[in-house]
Design a binder for this molecule. Sequence first.
Ligand code: ATP
Length: 488
Amino acid sequence: MNGKVLIIDDERTFRVVAEAALGGEGYEARSAASAGEGLELARSFQPEVVVLDRNLPDADGLSVLEALRAEGGDAAPLVVMATAYGEVENAVTALKSGAFDYLTKPIQLAELVNTVGKAVEARRLRRRNAGFSDAGRRKLEQDLCVGESAAMRRALELAEKVGTSPDTTVLIQGESGTGKEILAHLVHVRTPGRSEAPFVELNCAAIPETLLESELFGYEKGAFTDAKRTKPGLLEQAEGGTLFLDEIGDMPLATQAKLLKVLETQTFRRLGGTRDLRADVRFIAATHRDLSAAVASGAFRLDLYHRLDVFHLQVPPLRERPDDILPLARFFLARYAARAGRALTGFSRAAEERLLAYPFPGNVRELRNVVERAVILASGPVLGPGEVMLHAAPVASAPPAPAPHPPAPAAASPGIAGPAEPQGAWRPPGQEGAAPPTLEQVERAYLLDLLERAGGNRSQVARWMGVSYPTVMKKITDYGIDLGRWKS
Ligand SMILES: Nc1ncnc2c1ncn2[C@@H]1O[C@H](COP(=O)(O)OP(=O)(O)OP(=O)(O)O)[C@@H](O)[C@H]1O
């Protein structure tokens, strides 16, 4: 079943034909001939979408729209308003009053089915988004932490496990943007007894050294010139909950010594204070740095490192867990599409290939931004490769040019570069510092990009590559590239 649709219209023929057309497309469709009957049916039938006539015998469609929205609250159906030909103003008023879309009578059935389809999809996305805010925090966090790869599943499992040990200090290591904070939050919400108390974050790299200690420990009135009144620090604000020390690797040595003392004694003093205060918090520290190397170079205290690294969570970079790319991309798509109120259903195969071939040096944060941009650029329900804008990965030096005029597919932007005017240098997938891709991987990615830019035109690709048509065809077969996606 595609969805539940209610038609409220006094024209019998239209009701019968529309019900049949929507039924034929897999919708469960019902109909009512008046506002009163329609509202009653809406209460029992709970439609996802209502196709509503603006001119009903017993009421104005607008008042029915209002009633549906008021009664349904967050679960209200989306309304497609049917207005008479020439009543443009009525259509505009309907949209302003919260209708999802409008159709002009006489309604074409194909248009009806199409608009209803969009409305059903949009409502599902909105509901999903609303669900995030409605659901309990535990459920929320579980949903937010997407992880399909074995490595990420393991990290999530460990995060859950350490939840049962509310005083154990956790150290999370991983590159920037891999999801360390989200994992720290997950540990917090999975810790009975602490999850209802605050989760407080301190970014040790973002605060000047002089302010770090006053932020962490707070201060007494008169402790220093600007201390006009007593201010509790983050340790006190996190009382009973979790203190998340992000970028711990950037903490100055002097503060490290004080933090170590807190961890060992579970007590601290405000700056200028004389009383010991109890620190009832769980510490979670995170860093993108290699802390053992920092210890070796003397930038980080060995004793603090051991004290923090009681329970270790490693978040692998996204390029090492490609199984997470598409689930994360779909998750972000649902989130941003719902936020924008747009009915976007997914990515095309070519767009997915493009995402999968990219190394994401900025990790999940970069993927999130790519999808957010794609949602803004989207022109249809399915996001294509042109809407997935990726930056060329930084490489030490450009690869040798495989053809006299290689196009610039890796940095393709929609509407900017086309097959006729190749520009810029092509970059192979991969990243400085990471294991280099194999020649096959580079060639496959290159070929895919050329095909993408040529819209599947193999002769054009052959010209660009400076090889014969049969050679291109052989490579396509060897690399298992499916040409189907460029057929429509
Ligand atoms: N597994 C995941 N599921 C859903 N969203 C994720 C996941 N991992 C990361 N994100 C999202 O990616 C963005 C970056 O994640 P986060 O801030 O947790 O990374 P980080 O490793 O703490 O980065 P930094 O080291 O720069 O502070 C956030 O918007 C976060 O919600």
